[in-house]
Design a protein. Structure first.
Length: 332
């Protein structure tokens, strides 16, 4: 990536990132950190398939056609170093930006930075009541936005989770919306509707997802955009929590430090198994012959899943969720 240290007269930059919704959420945090660490007055624009992520963001500007382009924040070198990294993806993005613009990134946060207008906060209450009802709810996401089966858990186990919390937690099942290329996850076998949930798969755009996350009591998901939204979307002013509860069924595909966010419960097997002793395996497919196929696929409840994900039990997930539901230890 170009270093602009000798080009201080160029203060307009356009950051291009053509990857997933999760990446754009992480990028929003990196731009926040760039602004907070720099004495320079950079004008930062973005070009991604997920421009809605950056709406109402005071750190984003409309830049001119002559703005210097910083291409692809998804530096392949960062991916190769992910297993050894002690930092979240958004922090790595911030470091990459800092090197490009010669900014010392001293203060960084391991989460995205999403903003809602006051009108949207009001609208979120109306929408949530229309789509879900008056009851408090958690969002449930069973499939990642890039259609990576190696991140998937067993559908029957999702059902048992929903049954376990019936009467205590209402789940609304969501999926990644279509991106600017028209891609979505609705054909993914691992994105089947989970009985007992309110089915909102494929029905929400990015801003609607953000507004529903704003009102959500918690999020249960595999490693995907939903965990990014859980941390990046602010809490309502009347909330008694500083951060939104989130439980992630992570398995062993990705390094925990690379994807997990402070105050979230990330269930990881990274580094525990023969196939990922050095950290996340970073495989994608469950199909033999694929150049990035999981080498340990097993069948559970009639469904093919990665061995690492099969080791995570319903009780493991219930235990992590129960931590958030336990309340103040002083009153228990």
């Amino acid at each position: 990536m170009t270093n602009y240290k000798e080009e201080r007269d160029i203060m307009e930059f356009l950051i291009e990132d053509w990857y997933t919704l999760s990446n754009s959420i992480a990028l929003s945090g990196a731009i926040r950190d760039l602004k907070s660490n720099s004495l320079e007055k950079f004008e930062i624009g973005v070009a991604t398939p997920w421009m809605a992520v950056f709406e109402n963001n005071p750190n984003i500007s409309v830049v001119s056609g002559t703005a210097e382009k910083i291409k692809s924040m998804q530096d392949p070198y960062l991916i190769m170093q992910a297993n050894a990294s002690a930092y979240h993806l958004s922090v790595q993005y911030a470091e990459t930006l800092g090197r490009a613009l010669d900014v010392d990134m001293v203060n960084r946060k391991s989460c995205g930075d999403i903003h809602l207008s006051s009108e949207e906060k009001d609208l979120s209450e109306v929408e949530s009541k229309k789509l879900i009802g008056d009851s408090p709810y958690w969002l449930l996401c069973t499939a990642c936005e890039c259609g990576t089966p190696a991140k998937s858990w067993v559908n029957k186990r999702w059902e048992r989770i929903v049954d376990k919390f019936r009467g205590k937690i209402l789940f609304a099942q969501v999926s990644a919306p279509r991106d600017s290329y028209g891609r979505d996850d609705l054909t993914d076998d691992f994105n089947a509707h989970i009985p007992g949930t309110i089915d909102l798969r494929g029905k929400l755009d990015v801003r609607q997802l953000i507004r529903l996350t704003y009102r959500a009591e918690g999020v249960l998901t595999v490693p995907t955009f939903a965990m990014g939204l859980a941390a990046a979307v602010p809490m309502p002013k009347d909330s008694t929590r500083a951060t939104r509860p989130c439980v992630i069924i992570g398995g062993g595909r990705e390094s925990e430090k690379w994807v997990s966010i402070s105050n979230q419960q990330y269930i990881s097997l990274s580094g525990a198994l023969a196939c990922n002793r050095s950290g996340g395996c970073w495989q994608e497919s469950l199909e033999e012959g694929h150049n990035r196929a999981c080498s340990h696929v097993v069948k559970r409840d009639g469904q093919r899943v990665p061995y690492c994900m099969s080791l995570i039990t319903v009780n493991d997930v219930v235990r992590r969720m129960s931590y958030f539901l336990a309340g103040d230890p002083k009153t228990c």
